[in-house]
Ligand binder design. Structure first.
Ligand code: EPZ
Length: 441
């Protein structure tokens, strides 16, 4: 009897025969971290369905669709890949624990629920492999808008009498999630909300443009200060999400670690300017044009230092991949991870491939080695999985990567895309698209 998809995934692995230069063109999908908030923001629409175009086939999308359905919405995957969300008839305000524990982004259901229904009950996100993941700034935003928020039995519970009221809120630290949650709640508040020290990630900007199409009035997304003038109601609309800058950056680094020559179609320069700058500092040739970015290596690379910071700083979601590259570059590179307290889980696995890395608190000291060697390695989180695949592409021999359930959260058809660039790579299970498509029709 065929094991269900999850079991197959847990048993499956990827085999990579390293040492081949990647060459050619790869096209990136729509951004997971843009679709995630937009799918939940669709619940703000009192009427009409939202069509989210270019939504990637990822397990995170499936799990978020289950969250919307649990609240009374419908989510269908069109044959052209678009996700159609209709939450005009919400029937609940509680996100089930078994759904939320799979996906931290479930906390973003709170903002839309609070604005639409005046209440929410969302499980307090547990920590994950990369860190504690607190939500104190999300709560600060909701309380500023007049909600009463408490934590009871592992749930974050919020409610407001009548309508939310616009307010000024200053975030003590830059948080993508808190900016997104507060911005969504503020769209239906009475009066103007001003968010200060807001996150400036492109996904925040994409959400704001979707909200404005729905009839909201959001100004300043992409800067430190976002102003939202509350409106009475919002309508479902069609929106095409931005390309996935982290997927794009991962393929750019794959080109660099194999010393290849790859054109990453739909990579947007100003979404990735920090990565382009650091790759150039390391001696990689980076050429951007209006449809993508070309990455090639024609000289010996050199060690660099880098620090992860909120956008437009170097993205923490590319730190693991960049560290993998730097383990193959002569000299000493210093990496500082400032956003998450435990985002070096990939290092112990990289050491098994011959990497020379010391961790001191939030700093990784990388001594480049002439060549990585193949090994059996296990992924612990999404971007660590990507880093292990990249190292397998560079290592001598055949590397086996397990823990693919992490990879499938953020990378669709990775094997197929890398094979098209010349990689020798196979997967033991026969599909990378989750067998249970999101309401395939
Ligand atoms: C989003 O997570 C992304 N997730 C993460 O991508 C990304 O790493 C992160 O932003 C930073 O860019 C999605 O978009 C689904 P934060 P989020 O709130 O919103 C602390 C990936 O690999 N903090 O900006 O959870 C927090 O602990 C994922 O695709 C508080 O202290 O990140 C962290 O140290 C991983 N209190 C820092 O802020 C709060 O209330 C940044 O977190 C909220 C956050």
């Amino acid at each position: 009897m065929r094991a269900d998809h999850t079991e197959v995934l847990l048993l499956s692995n990827m085999k990579i025969r390293g040492g081949r230069r990647l060459t050619g063109t790869v096209r990136v999908d729509g951004a997971k971290n843009a679709v995630s908030p937009i799918m939940l923001a669709a619940m703000l629409a009192e009427s009409g369905e939202s069509t989210i175009e270019d939504a990637p086939y990822l397990t995170d999308m499936d799990h978020l669709a289950d969250v919307v359905r649990a609240l009374g919405g419908t989510v269908e995957r069109r044959s052209n890949g678009a996700l159609v969300v209709d939450a005009s008839h919400l029937t609940g305000t509680t996100v089930p624990y078994e759904l939320a524990r799979k996906l931290r982004a479930s906390i973003w259901a709170a903002g839309p629920l609070l604005a639409r229904t005046g209440q929410f009950h969302v499980p307090l996100p547990g920590g994950c492999n990369i860190g504690e993941r607190p939500v104190d700034q999300h709560i600060k935003g909701f309380e500023a808008l007049g909600a009463t928020v408490s934590i009871e039995h592992g749930y974050v519970e919020g409610h407001v009498e009548g309508r939310l009221r616009g307010a000024r809120v200053y975030f003590d630290l830059v948080s993508v999630g808190a900016t997104i949650n507060t911005m969504m709640a503020a769209t239906l508040a009475e009066g103007v909300t001003v968010i200060e020290n807001a996150a400036k990630e492109p996904e925040v900007v994409d959400l704001a443009s979707y909200l404005n199409k729905m009839g909201a009035c959001v100004r300043g997304a992409g800067t430190d200060i976002i102003r939202i003038e509350g409106v009475e109601r919002l309508e479902g609309v069609t929106h095409t999400v931005i390309p996935d800058r982290i997927e794009a950056g991962t393929y750019m680094i794959a080109a660099a670690i194999t010393r290849g020559d790859v054109y990453v179609e739909r990579a947007i320069y100003n979404h990735l300017s920090s990565l382009c700058a650091k790759l150039r500092e390391a001696g990689v040739t980076v050429e951007d044009d209006i449809t993508g970015i070309r990455v090639s290596v024609d000289r010996e690379l050199r060690a660099i230092d880098l620090k992860t910071l909120p956008h437009p700083g170097f993205p923490t979601d590319l730190q693991a991949q960049m560290l993998a590259l730097l383990t193959t570059v002569p000299g000493t590179s210093i990496i500082t991870e400032t956003l998450f307290e435990n985002r070096y889980m990939h290092v112990s696995e990289l050491r098994r491939m011959g990497a020379d890395v010391k961790i001191e608190g939030r700093t990784a000291i990388v001594e480049g080695v002439r060549e990585l060697t193949s090994a059996q390695v296990n992924a612990t989180d999404l971007r660590a999985a990507a880093a292990l695949v990249l190292s397998g592409l560079a290592a001598e021999g055949e590397t086996t990567v397990s823990g693919l359930e992490h990879l499938d959260r953020g990378y669709s058809r990775l094997t197929e895309k890398l094979r098209a660039l010349g990689a020798h790579i196979t997967r033991s299970d026969d599909t990378e698209i989750p067998l249970r498509l999101v309401g395939a029709n």
